[in-house]
Design a protein around this ligand. Structure first.
Ligand SMILES: [Mn+2]
Length: 431
């Protein structure tokens, strides 16, 4: 779309029939047929309606496929609908789509005497805590008795968030209390591995819980009384934000802060945010969030020993080239994963950090995304199973390996280099 945003908006707003057609298509996420459009504007001739539809297609706002008209997913249209939503002309279709589910959640909470407990996962990150607290503050507005529990603790980042923006989270509680805790809402996970076994058993037996999450469906999601899962959302907080809008709950400044914290943290300080998250953040800024301040709150300084470990990892790096690839090895007494990641960040394509102990060897490997197609490190590490007496796990780009024969490391290194050489088809050279 090469047209300017202002130009498109002017064209849409100029003609109320164009606008009506757009509203109609926007509110029907599955799309509409031409007869529906013509029917909604029956005082006009079909020819004129066709003209309006054609104009909307030209503007890149709608598309037609097999006789069905639906919203175009071209990039700029999200911004346009964001503005139309602000002007009160259309309702965000994500909002209308989520509303029935939101009402189901509320119905459940009412069934349990308007009492509700929000649960965050193991070592809860700011997305879990932020989503939970935002939801709790929102439910309080509509007179629901709510508490937030973190039965398996919180991350350092979350604790720092709560020091700046206090909200009481209960970490310890008796299993006998559960019966009186109403309907449970689990946020930011759908997996029972993230919660205490006894709680999982209680929830699965009573089916007295719902899930709001942005990960793939897991056992808890599948057993839930009601669930909202949106894998396209980069943070659960994005889903909660839409949910609150759908339920007409005011997003106060305090709620905004917690939602923004979730989005900022889960997108790696917005580095992996899409337009959807950025527009969500914009709205939260309008509600009073100071993004700069929040980023400072969420920033965790590395501790002294980790800083020293990273610098030592760099000082001890042993470098090889294979064609254009740079391979870095380093030895370190702890923080292997962070060390491998640091080497990749400063320029290595493949980084391998080893921690050699008396009877044990721990290896962490990270690599740049661009090498993924050529080398599968998880596969290459299989060749070390016999050499080092151990096993590896992870992904093709992030492997951790634990072995029991540390004295064979030099051999293992040769095996790895030889295998990389074979895969790339270029000679390995020491740099
Ligand atoms: Mn998350």
């Amino acid at each position: 779309m090469t047209r300017k945003l202002s130009e498109i908006l002017r064209t849409i707003l100029e003609n109320k029939d164009t606008l009506r057609i757009l509203q109609l298509i926007y509110s029907n996420s599955e799309g509409v047929v031409f007869e529906d459009i013509a029917g909604a504007l029956d005082e006009f001739k079909k020819v004129e309606v066709r003209g309006h539809v054609k104009k909307l297609i030209e503007l890149g706002l709608i598309e037609e496929k097999g006789g069905i008209y639906f919203l175009s997913d071209k990039r700029d249209s999200r911004m346009i609908f964001h503005i139309l939503e602000k002007l009160g002309i259309v309702e965000n279709h994500e909002v209308s789509k989520i509303r029935p589910k939101g009402q189901e959640f509320l119905k459940k909470v009412h069934e349990y005497g308007k009492v509700c407990t929000i649960v965050v996962h193991h070592n809860a990150d700011p997305d879990a805590v932020g989503s939970a607290v935002a939801l709790a503050l929102a439910l309080k507005q509509i007179n629901i008795k709510v508490k937030v529990i973190a039965p398996l603790g919180m991350s350092a980042q979350s604790k720092k968030l709560l020091r700046s923006f206090p909200y009481p989270l209960q970490e310890n509680f008796k299993t006998t209390e559960w019966e009186s805790m109403g309907f449970f809402i689990i946020v930011d996970t759908g997996s029972s591995t993230q919660l205490p076994d006894e709680l999982v058993k209680f929830l699965k037996t009573n089916k007295n819980y719902g899930v709001i999450d942005h990960h793939s469906e897991a056992d808890l999601t599948q057993n839930a009384a009601v669930s909202i899962v949106d894998k396209n959302a980069r943070a659960t907080a994005v889903i909660v934000q839409i949910l609150l809008k759908a339920l007409n709950i005011k997003i106060t400044r305090e709620i905004s802060v917690f939602l923004a914290a979730g989005i900022i943290a889960d997108t790696g300080f917005l580095r992996s945010a899409t337009n959807r998250e950025l527009l969500a953040i914009c709205e939260l800024v309008e509600s009073g969030v100071d993004v700069g301040k929040l980023m400072k709150v969420l920033h965790i300084e590395k501790n002294y020993s980790e800083k020293v470990a990273m610098l030592k990892a760099l000082r001890r790096a042993e470098l090889y080239s294979c064609g254009k690839l740079i391979i870095a090895f380093t030895e370190i007494g702890s923080y292997e994963a962070a060390a491998a990641l640091t080497l990749v960040r400063v320029g290595a394509d493949i980084a391998i950090a080893v921690n050699i102990q008396k009877n044990e060897i721990r290896i962490s490997c990270r690599m740049r995304q661009n090498v993924t197609n050529d080398v599968n490190m998880l596969e290459l590490f299989k060749n070390l199973e016999n050499v080092l007496g151990g096993k590896g796990g992870g992904h093709p780009t992030a492997v951790s390996f634990n072995g029991k024969i540390p004295e064979n490391w030099e051999n293992a290194k040769k095996v790895l280099l030889k295998k990389i050489e074979e895969k790339i088809g270029e000679k390995i050279k020491k740099i």
